[in-house]
Ligand binder design. Structure first.
Ligand code: ADP
Ligand code: MG
Length: 388
């Protein structure tokens, strides 16, 4: 078992026209021994390239990779003690499940045949595929193939597992089952794991910590709840959470945030009073982005303060346990924002609603850099939630 350190990792590709594509730029992450780290970000942000550099399938343009106390970025893939699981499974179609799981050990270790047999049997038992060992991949379902691909990685007993969107070919129900199973498995094996996904739900539910990547650059490394409540910037705030955080462009005018949509000459829809503390965290900022999560907006009976807004319900999206309300500041407003309320609450499209935006729940971001100027306070949440 080992700690994995990525130190200023950079990858520059040369495209067909000879131009340079910076796929990964100075990414540094220190992954603890036994940690489950999820690397998450939109398609094309450099996740697979990062993983492939760790595996040795792609050369490093700049930076260092250390595993334990060894530098490994100059080592061949087979000498790195790392096993990778791909989205496509990459099983040998003509070999049985047993053949697929044994092959790597037969090729690159001195392990005696009977030991390999026992190890494969045990691992197959652990993954619930013992009765499939003599079948070929074409005789398996997608979920079963995914288990075989995992089993093949597990029997290698590597220092590190790398997984590149391993569940994305499975249907939604199986995916959520495998999510839980993979987590349990990783906990039992206690093997350092880097798991890549574009799905923020997977990242939130699976990771000890998550590393959020955008455009080749690392945005934040944090526990899922830190990333959710204390996002480092507007990108993270918008990427983590479903439905997304609501954002409003505002101008800072004294003790008011005046809505002023960027690139839009029409008048803003509201002004929002702020306390002296909030004013102070804005310092000299003149334009900012106000963020509020849908579940932090309360729908109340009547407006009581300047932080309560008259709106009209444009669309109701029933989710069963919750309703997502798309609210407009006026009946014909084209701009809507989302508030989440309980699923049993009766709400009709077109009806008026008063939306309360508590100051303790707002986030503020610099309009130019996107960096967080103020995140929501967790004091009130911590005080009211009993410990389990
Ligand atoms: P992700 O896995 O996050 O979707 P990738 O790591 O596959 O993203 O790709 C990151 C960026 O690098 C993309 O812009 C992609 O087009 C580019 N890229 C990936 N592989 C190559 C390559 N072999 N040659 C040129 N550009 C590449
Ligand atoms: Mg990818």
């Amino acid at each position: 078992m080992a700690r994995l350190e990525l130190d200023d990792l950079t990858k520059v590709f040369t495209d067909d026209d000879g131009g340079e594509v910076v796929a990964v730029e100075e990414v540094s992450i220190d992954i603890a021994d036994g940690e489950f780290l999820v690397l998450v970000g939109p398609s094309g942000c450099g996740k697979s390239t990062t993983l492939r550099m760790i595996a040795g399938l792609e050369t490093v343009s700049d930076g260092r990779i250390r595993l334990g106390d060894r530098v490994i970025d100059d080592k061949k893939p087979q000498d790195r003690d790392i096993a990778m699981v791909f989205q496509s499974y990459a099983l040998y179609p003509h070999m049985t499940v047993r053949g697929n799981m044994s092959f790597g050990l037969e090729e690159s270790t001195e392990m005696p045949d009977d030991e390999i047999r026992t190890l494969v049997d045990d691992t197959a038992g652990m993954l619930g595929i013992a009765e499939l060992l003599e079948r070929t991949p074409t005789e398996l379902s997608g979920g079963q193939r995914q288990r075989v691909a995992l089993g093949r990685a597990i029997v290698r007993e590597p220092e590190v597992f790398l997984m590149d969107e391993p569940l994305s070919n499975l249907d939604a129900k199986l995916r959520s089952e495998m999510r839980t199973e993979l987590q349990r498995l990783q906990e039992d094996l206690d093997t350092t794991t880097v798991y890549v996904t574009h799905d923020q739900t997977e990242a939130m539910t699976m990771g000890d910590r998550i590393a959020i990547l955008n455009d080749g650059r690392l945005q934040q490394v944090a526990t899922p709840l830190e990333a959710y409540h204390q996002p480092a910037n507007r990108f993270v705030a918008g990427f983590i959470g479903e439905p997304s955080m609501n954002f409003f462009d505002v101008e800072v005018q004294g003790d008011q945030l005046v809505h002023a949509p960027a690139g839009d000459t029409s008048a803003g829809e509201f002004s929002y009073p702020i306390s002296a503390d909030t004013r102070e965290s804005l310092q000299a900022t003149s334009r900012a982005t106000l963020g509020i999560r849908p579940e932090d907006i309360e729908i109340v009976g009547a407006a009581e303060s300047g932080r309560d807004f008259d709106t009209t319900v444009d669309v109701v999206e029933p989710m069963g346990d919750e309703n997502n309300l798309y609210l407009g500041f006026s009946a014909d407003s084209e701009r809507t924002f989302v508030a989440t309320v309980g699923g049993m609450r009766r709400v009709e499209e077109g009806q008026p609603a008063v939306a309360r935006v508590p100051e303790s729940a707002i986030h503020l971001f610099d309009a130019d850099t996107g960096g967080a100027l103020q995140n929501r306070t967790l004091r009130d949440a911590a005080a009211t939630e009993p410990e389990l």
